[in-house]
Write a protein that binds this ligand. Structure first.
Ligand code: AMP
Length: 572
C-alpha cells in the first residue's frame, strides 16, 4: 500500500511536518508560518551540517526544542559523520522510535517470504551499545542503535518468535564491548543447534566477533566444559544473565566445539559451528562490500549473505525486498513514510558535489520523480528538525517497486577510507598527511607522493599509507624507524574524532601503517593507470587505491613498513 501510494504518502508527510513545525524558529525564517508545501520547496534552502550545528549547540545548552521542532527533542543521535573532526549530532523526537520500529518490523515478514521456518529457532546477532553522555541541559547523546536497544520497542520483543535472539538483553546492553562479545559468542555456541541466523548490523562488527572467537575459543570451550563463566567477565548483570546458559558442565558440547575449532582451517567454520544456519545478515553494501570475501571465507560460500536495510541517524530509509540477491546486487526500496525525501541529481554521472557547493532549490527531484539509471544525493526533511538536509549518500536508481524507487547504495560523498564507522575523506587525509610530513621535512626528507588503502586483510582492518620519500641530503640516508613511527602517530592524531574513537576506544581499527616505497614507484603507478585508460593530461595521483593491479604494483615496491606505536588521543 505504501509503495503504491508513494506520492500521496510523501505529500502527507511533508504537510504533517510543516503543520507541526511551522512555528519553529528555523522554519518560520523561510516560511513565515505558512504550511504550504510549494512555499517550502521554493524557500527552504538545501543545507549541510554546518547550518544545523548552531541549533544543536543551542539545544544542548538548554534552549527549547521549538527552535527547530514542534516536538521535544528527547535525544541527540551521534552519527558517524563528522564535522571538523567532531561527531555530528542528529535531533530525535520520541516518536522516531516508532518509525524505526516500523521499519524493523518489516524485515522478518520480508525474509519469511523467501526462507521458511525462521520462527522455529534463534538468531545469534552480535549487537552492541556504545557509551552515552548527557548534554549540559541533560539530553542523552548516544548512537541510534544504542537508543534503540535500550528502548522498550526492542526490549519488549520477547514474545516475537521471529526475533528470538540467543543473546540476553543484559549482555547486549553491557557497556564493555569485549565482555559483551565474549558472552554473546558463548550463548551462540551453547545454542548452536537452535541458531537459524547469524549476523550483526555491519559486516565489520560480525567479522571482528569471528576473529575474537578465533582468539578466544579455547576459553569459551573451557567455560562450557566446566559450566563456569570466565572470571574476566566482571560485569555483574552479564554474569547473572549468563547463569542459565552455563547451569551445568557440558563436556559433550565442549568436545564437539574443540573438534571443530581446533582442527583444520577456519574456511567454512560458520556452517560447522552453526549447522542449521540459513543465512548471515549484515550490511555488506557501500564500504562494507570490502568484507564480502572474508565473510565468504568463513561461510565457505554456502550460506547466503543478506543485507536487509538502509538507515542512518538522521532517518531510517528503506528495506531490501529481494533479500536473497547477491550483496553486490542489493537495492533498497525507500519507505515513503519515514521522512520527506528529495534528491540532488548528479548530472555528470558520479561527479559528487562538495559541502560548500550551493544547491539551488529548483534542482531537487522528489522521491517518485527520480529516473532509473541516474545518480542522486539523498536529502531529508524530518519531524525532528532537519530540513532539506544533505545526508551525504550517493545512490543510483535501479527500478521501482510499485511507485517507490529502489536504490543501489553507491558511496558516501567524498569518503575514501573506511574500516568500521570511521569515514575519512580526501581532505581529512590530505590535512593529516600534510601535518605529518613536516616531521620528515625537519629531518631532511621530503614526501614526494602518497596514496592510501584500507587494509582489511588484518582484523581489525587498518589504514595503509604508501609514501615515496626523498632525502634532501647527499647520499643514501637510512630512514629512522622512530621518525616514521612519529609520522604514523601524527597522521592518526589529526584524523577525526570517529577514527580516533574506533582506534583508541572501540579497537575496531588497527594501528595505521606507512609503507615506504622505492624511488619511482609513483611514476610506475601513473604508467599503469594511464595504460588502463586514465588521461595523461588530467592524471592525478589517486589518494586511495582500489584496483588490485595498482595495489600489487605498490606493494611490490615497498622497502620498509612502520606502524603507529600507540593509540591516538581520544576523549568522549
Ligand atoms: P550514521 O550516520 O552513523 O547513522 O551512519 C549512517 C550511514 O551509514 C548512512 O548514511 C550510509 O552512509 C551508511 N549506511 C547505512 N546503511 C547502509 C547500507 N545498508 N548500505 C550502505 N551504507 C549504509
Amino acid at each position: 500500500m505504501l509503495t503504491v501510494n508513494a506520492k500521496e504518502a510523501q505529500q502527507l508527510i511533508l504537510t504533517k511536518i510543516l503543520e507541526r513545525n511551522q512555528a519553529s524558529e528555523y522554519l518560520s525564517k523561510f516560511m513565515n508560518r505558512s504550511t504550504n508545501t510549494s512555499t517550502f520547496k521554493r524557500n527552504v534552502p538545501v543545507v549541510t551540517y554546518d547550518v544545523v550545528q548552531p541549533y544543536i549547540t543551542r539545544i544542548s545548552t538548554g534552549e527549547d526544542s521549538s527552535i527547530i521542532s514542534g516536538d521535544r527533542i528527547v535525544e541527540l543521535l551521534r552519527s558517524s559523520g563528522t564535522s571538523r573532526g567532531e561527531p555530528r549530532l542528529m535531533p530525535a523526537i520520541s516518536e522516531d522510535l516508532d518509525r524505526r520500529t516500523y521499519l524493523y518490523s518489516l524485515l522478518m515478514p520480508i525474509m519469511n517470504k523467501y526462507v521458511s521456518g525462521l520462527g522455529e529457532g534463534k538468531a545469534m546477532y552480535l549487537l552492541f551499545v556504545k557509551a552515552e553522555t548527557l548534554t549540559n541541559s541533560g539530553i542523552p547523546v548516544r548512537s541510534v542503535l544504542t537508543s534503540y536497544y535500550k528502548s522498550p520497542h526492542f526490549l519488549h520483543r520477547k514474545h516475537d518468535l521471529y526475533n528470538n535472539y540467543t543473546s540476553p538483553d543484559e549482555v547486549i546492553l553491557c557497556p564493555d564491548s569485549q565482555q559483551s562479545m565474549y558472552c554473546q559468542l558463548l550463548c551462540g555456541l551453547v545454542e548452536r543447534q537452535h541458531v537459524l541466523r547469524l549476523g550483526a548490523v555491519f559486516a565489520s562488527a560480525f567479522l571482528r566477533s569471528i576473529s575474537f572467537l578465533e582468539l578466544h575459543w579455547c576459553d569459551l570451550v573451557t567455560d562450557i566444559r566446566n559450566g563456569k563463566l570466565n572470571p574476566n567477565v566482571t560485569n555483574t548483570k552479564c554474569r547473572l544473565a549468563m547463569e542459565c546458559f552455563l547451569a551445568l558442565p557440558n563436556p559433550e558440547l565442549a568436545d564437539e566445539l574443540e573438534e571443530i575449532c581446533g582442527c583444520g582451517p577456519w574456511k567454512g567454520i560458520l556452517g560447522r559451528l552453526w549447522p542449521n544456519v540459513k543465512y548471515i545478515e549484515a550490511v555488506l553494501t557501500g564500504t562494507m562490500a570490502q568484507y564480502i570475501p572474508m565473510l565468504e571465507f568463513y561461510s565457505g560460500g554456502r550460506i547466503p549473505l543478506v543485507c536487509t536495510m538502509y538507515a542512518s541517524s538522521e532517518s531510517y530509509f528503506g528495506v531490501n525486498l529481494r533479500p536473497l540477491c547477491k550483496p553486490t546486487d542489493v537495492s533498497y526500496t525507500i519507505l515513503p513514510n519515514m521522512a520527506y525525501f528529495e534528491f540532488i541529481p548528479l548530472e555528470d554521472g558520479l561527479r559528487v558535489t562538495d559541502d560548500e557547493e550551493v544547491v539551488g532549490n529548483d534542482k531537487l527531484v522528489s522521491l517518485v520523480d527520480v529516473k532509473v539509471g541516474c545518480y542522486y544525493e539523498l536529502v531529508v526533511t524530518t519531524f525532528s528538525g532537519l530540513y532539506r538536509y544533505r545526508v551525504g549518500d550517493v545512490l543510483q536508481v535501479t527500478g521501482f517497486y510499485n511507485h517507490a524507487p529502489q536504490f543501489k547504495f553507491i558511496c558516501r560523498r567524498n569518503v575514501i577510507l573506511s574500516i568500521d564507522t570511521d569515514k575519512t575523506n580526501e581532505e581529512d587525509l590530505h590535512n593529516s598527511v600534510t601535518r605529518a610530513k613536516k616531521i620528515l621535512e625537519d629531518r631532511n626528507h621530503i614526501l614526494l607522493e602518497y596514496t592510501s588503502y584500507p587494509d582489511t586483510s588484518t582484523v581489525p582492518g587498518h589504514y595503509v599509507l604508501f609514501w615515496e620519500i626523498k632525502s634532501t641530503c647527499e647520499g643514501v640516508q637510512p630512514l629512522d624507524p622512530q621518525l616514521l613511527e612519529s609520522c604514523c602517530v601524527s597522521v592518526e592524531e589529526s584524523l577525526d574524532y570517529i577514527y580516533r574513537r574506533c582506534r583508541a576506544h572501540d579497537k575496531s581499527v588497527g594501528p595505521l601503517e606507512i609503507r615506504v616505497v622505492e624511488a619511482g614507484a609513483f611514476d610506475a603507478l601513473m604508467d599503469l593507470l594511464v595504460s588502463q585508460g586514465s588521461s595523461i593530461n588530467q592524471y592525478k595521483t589517486p589518494r586511495c587505491i582500489e584496483s588490485g593491479l595498482a595495489l600489487k604494483l605498490l606493494n611490490s615496491k615497498v622497502t620498509a613498513s612502520f606502524f603507529s606505536p600507540r593509540d591516538p588521543e581520544w576523549t568522549m
